[in-house]
Design a binder for this molecule. Sequence first.
Ligand code: B12
Length: 382
Amino acid sequence: MWLLLILLQAAALPAQLCEAPGEAAAVRALSARLLGLGAEAGGGARPQDAIQHRYSRSTEVEWPETGRLALYLLGLRATCPPPEPGPQRSLVTWLKYYLEEDWAGSRRHGHPLTSYYQYSLGVLALCIHHKRVREEVIRRLLVAEQHGRFGHAGGSAADTEAVAVLAFTCLERERLVGAGLVAELRAATRGARRRMVEAQGQDGFFGNVYSTPWAMQVFIATNTCQTQPAYGRAMAALLENLDAFTTAATMAQVLPVLHGRSYLDIASMHCWEEPDTLTPIGPEPPPKMPGNKVVQLVVECHKPRCPQRRLYDQVVPVPAGASLLDVLRVAAAQGHHNFTFDTQDTPQGPFLSRVLGLEAQQQKRSYWQLLTTPNTSLQMGE
Ligand code: B12
């Protein structure tokens, strides 16, 4: 729900430079679908009450929640809360603390306890709240960017790179760092933008469809959206593929861009009442495909965790339109081959957390990767 808040106010921002050409109806429909998801997930407690409760309960941190708190604070600010001292003040302090924990973790382990993606979100959210961050904390991100340390095993670094560069641009724009560091951040931003343009795919995407909105925010935030042809190509590709954005998290990442906005605009929003004219649209059931298919479901786990590499290899008959999640459910229901799995709900959808009793361990940076033969990483499992 907190992701949603950033978007609803998009219309209440100052003059627009990078607006999506045409397609206003499709963009509005996407906003209405996100509103529908928010209404579904909203349930009882208001998100701000739940968050306040969580952070007032204890002073002990089990594991930093840098990214979630950063996103929440960005969303909260975008809803134009009453001026400080308000609830956001203590949350900003928590975020600063989490970021420090992540920084200390990165010195010990060579990477933040959460991830560089969450670390970047933390720096960005603090910057949007005009909070200074120690130079050493910023330098950590800068050095990671300069040395290409943003990738996850088997995953693209495009999303993280873009969020980090947005954070750099914010620090520069809000004048929260000294002249020497500004020059370095500016150089890193320029370099990253050039690499994004060079790596743009034939399909118009920077990375894939989901990382493209983040990359486009970089062009918006650095006022290069109008002069850079790669931005126009990416926008055209995005408008052709809006159906790919079905989860709250991905919708929240794409909608600002479709309004020609970046998260940096939150820092200078003009707040006023908006007419409430958007009607939520509930999620549509996926279209039914006739017929059946068989899927070869293989589970592998590497040493040292598993002495035996291949843990499962069975054929699973499913309806033609079945998602990976459907396949896993059918395999589990088959029972006689003892297949089991578990998922965790995230704003991104159900995250596969346990297979055959083996749990993904965030703290040990192990996770279940979804591949299709021979070795292609899936973009989604639903
Ligand atoms: C970091 C990251 C990961 C890490 C997460 C653990 C960690 N150490 O942080 C790891 C490497 C494990 C990971 C795995 C995968 N990821 Co990932 N991931 C990200 C990234 C860069 C940041 C997520 C984050 O921290 N968000 C901020 C925090 C505060 O929000 P959160 O909701 O708490 O985040 C959690 C969930 O997002 C979850 N998560 C991460 N990835 C995915 C993917 C899916 C499908 C789901 C349901 C959940 C999920 O882990 C996050 C940390 O706990 C995003 C980029 C983006 N644009 O969002 C891609 C992203 C979410 N991942 C993506 C994908 C495709 C995957 C994989 C399916 C890749 C694969 N083929 O195996 C797997 C998930 C497999 C599974 N077991 O279900 C896509 C999702 C696209 C979509 N359909 O919505 C994204 C958008 C990247 C992209 N541009 O394609 N990912």
